[in-house]
Design a binder for this molecule. Structure first.
Ligand SMILES: [Fe+2]
Length: 307
């Protein structure tokens, strides 16, 4: 029987000081997440800028179980300025602290992901029609700029393609630990994954980012994940177990695991998640004109919490 009160593992569960606590948590997690998948997959919200108490509670419930909620904003518009303001209100109402430092963010911390020829963005995959491999957002950030949650909101869908896949990091953790608990130890190593420094242009250098794949959020005790499936400009810790663990993770992400959600977002749909793993397929490949697809993204330094 599913114990509704035990949504999260106890302190220290992640590093196996309390293996029995982990086993109980794992069982409940999988049962609750399965149940949630069988419910209405997309939560309809009347107006994301003005959440009702019931909507807020449901958003929190879904995030508590699966670290994310797919929503449909029934008051959505494709106007960028209006949508930016509404996304900001959405974030404020949920107590999320917007990360402002992304170089493409407007003053309000919101990034428009669309095909563009503009200087500084042209040539970068997020601003193209190309597919994007699995990652968590901000995997190249330093520890003081960790991204713990984000919203990806579809203002205008592609004509064709542009499908996303999402996977809850806690499910990835469970799957890898089921294969071999030593994989988790390897991926929690503080030097597991290194992203070298990068010249971002305009004289700015993004410093090297060295850290674990799985870690524990010090504020909440919850699991956090930092990952990219990229194979260039990345260095994995040079030890056989780490490389085996990374290969196992890559296999999981290429699998048809029932917890991997496939979503082709329509206008007004979005996801709020605790920085779940995600990717996207390419889109509008045959169009000779630039694609109209417009996704708006907001990143946060804290996780979704209830009130
Ligand atoms: Fe992303």
């Amino acid at each position: 029987m599913v114990d509704k009160k035990r949504s999260f593992p106890e302190e220290n569960t992640w590093d196996f000081v309390a293996p029995e606590g982990y086993a109980r948590w794992r069982e409940n997690k999988l049962a609750q997440a399965s149940e949630l998948l069988s419910e209405t997959p997309v939560l309809e919200i009347g107006d994301i800028a003005r959440l009702t108490e019931a909507e807020h509670a449901e958003i929190y419930r879904r995030c508590e179980i699966s670290n994310g909620v797919l929503y449909k904003d029934l008051s959505a518009t494709s106007d960028v300025a209006v949508t930016s303001g509404r996304l900001r209100q959405f974030a404020d109402n949920l107590g999320l602290r917007i990360a402002e430092k992304h170089r493409s963010a407007q003053e309000d911390g919101i990034v428009c992901l669309q095909e563009t020829e503009s200087a500084g963005k042209k040539g970068y995959i997020p601003y193209s029609k190309r597919s994007m491999n699995w990652h968590t957002d901000g995997y190249y950030n330093g520890p003081d700029q960790t991204i713990r949650a984000m919203v990806l909101h579809c203002a205008r869908a592609a004509d064709e393609g542009g499908e996303n896949q999402f996977l809850d990091p806690e499910i990835a953790f469970i799957r890898l630990r089921d294969l071999d608990p030593a994989y988790i130890t390897a991926l929690m190593h503080p030097e597991a994954m290194t992203i070298p420094e990068n010249d971002e242009g305009n004289g700015k250098i993004r410093p090297v980012s060295i850290g674990p794949v799985f870690s524990v959020d010090p504020d909440t005790g919850k699991l956090a994940m930092r990952y990219t499936a990229r194979t260039r400009s990345i260095a994995w810790r040079d030890d056989p177990l780490t490389l085996e663990a990374v290969a196992a993770l890559s296999q999981l992400l290429a699998s048809d695991d029932p917890f991997i959600q496939n979503v082709r977002m329509q206008d007004g749909q979005g996801i709020l998640c605790n920085n779940s793993l995600h990717n996207r397929t390419g889109f509008d490949a045959d169009k000779t004109q630039p694609s109209d697809r417009l996704m708006m993204r907001v990143r946060f330094h804290n996780r979704v919490k209830g009130i």
